[in-house]
Design a protein around this ligand. Structure first.
Ligand SMILES: [Fe+2]
Ligand SMILES: [Fe+2]
Length: 354
């Protein structure tokens, strides 16, 4: 009882002192206290009688518009894909050729099985191909909610490898006082691109606490595992990401097939959010199919880039950062020269100047 009274009196004294200092402007002179003031004001806003006259919280839509106005110039503008290029994206698989590839492929198969289990993923190929009635007694097809849960979890994990690999190469470069040969930018750009995929899908579904816990746990395990694995064998890690992206292309191809075959009527005229229209440079009135098409093309690019990086040596220049003097096929950020299994080292002028 005594301790409660003392602490209450003490708290009340501290509060009244703080309020008087705020009133006289004493606390508002330092940046750190400004933050405290702001946090306190938000906390007080939750009561029925706010202590400070602050503007009401903005809605997500208002914040989104504000952010878009603030960030017109993006560091990594999205590459432009033609309709023909996006329609031409195909499922592909690179055969494992050595022990490193087998380690990567086995790890992907394990993750794929775990991921399917975690997200309740099943897919009847015959329904996706339009050969079977989706509403028959034995039919199973993914609902929009299940698709979005899968996309959100997948994209939250997909944003990790590029950032980890870029970070490790960055630290490697500044620690050893050596050039990086332009890999870092491509790796960070991939992570950025995956995060924008995630933000796009979050417009359509906000995960509940269970999904958030899954994402939290998934990131904790995957980040650390990938970090140590990249220190040991960057080549195996890039092959692993190449195989993961093969799976991502399969997932989005099946979702597009479901949509085009009328299996997901809820998405037929579902408009793309502003963030996607701006980032992917979609036409006004773009819908869910446009989003899935461009994201599948992105995943196909990641597939090619990571299989290519796995084919190179760590000191080779990044072929996606090189300039090429002729029109013969060469690595690009777009899909002008499709190469789903990656470019072999012998196909690239690795000795060209960056
Ligand atoms: Fe993605
Ligand atoms: Fe990807």
């Amino acid at each position: 009882m005594l301790s409660t009274r003392v602490s209450t009196r003490f708290a009340s004294k501290v509060l009244s002192k703080s309020l008087s200092q705020i009133a006289t402007g004493g606390l508002a002179t330092r940046g750190t206290t400004c933050v405290l003031l702001h946090q306190n004001s938000r906390a007080f806003m939750t009561s029925s009688r706010p202590f400070f006259n602050v503007s009401p919280p903005k809605t997500i839509a208002e914040q989104e518009v504000k952010n878009l106005k603030e960030f017109k110039q993006r560091s990594w503008p999205h590459p432009v894909y033609s309709e023909t290029e996006m329609k031409g994206i195909a499922i592909a698989h690179r055969e494992a050729k050595d022990w490193s590839d087998w380690v990567a492929l086995t790890a992907v198969r394990f993750f794929r099985w775990s991921f399917d289990f975690a997200t309740g993923y099943k897919h009847d190929k015959q329904i996706a191909m339009g050969n079977k009635d989706a509403h028959g007694p034995d039919a199973f097809h993914m609902t929009p909610e299940k698709w979005l849960a899968r996309f959100i979890f997948l994209e939250s994990i997909a944003g990790v490898p590029g950032m980890v690999a870029g970070m490790i190469r960055h630290l490697h470069s500044i620690r050893r006082l050596q050039r990086d040969h332009a890999w870092i930018e491509t790796l960070l750009e991939e992570a950025y691109n995956e995060r924008l995929h995630l933000l796009t899908f979050l417009h359509f579904r906000q995960p509940g606490w269970f999904m958030r816990m899954m994402i939290l746990a998934g990131q904790g395990v995957f980040f650390n595992t990938f970090f140590f694995a990249y220190l040991i064998s960057p080549r195996t890690c890039h092959r692993f990401v190449g195989y993961i992206e093969e799976e991502a292309v399969i997932t989005y191809t099946r979702a597009i097939a479901d949509l085009e075959n009328g299996m997901i009527p809820e998405w037929t005229n579902l408009k793309a959010p502003e963030i996607a229209i701006h980032y992917f440079d979609l036409k006004p009135g773009a819908d869910m199919r446009d989003i899935l098409m461009v994201i599948r093309a992105d995943e196909a690019k990641h597939r090619e880039v990571n299989h290519t990086l796995a084919n190179l040596q760590q000191e080779d220049p990044n072929p996606y950062a090189l300039t090429y003097g002729n029109d013969s096929p060469h690595p690009t950020k777009g899909h002008e020269y499709p190469k789903p299994l990656g470019w072999e080292r012998t196909e690239i002028a690795v000795k060209a100047a960056v």
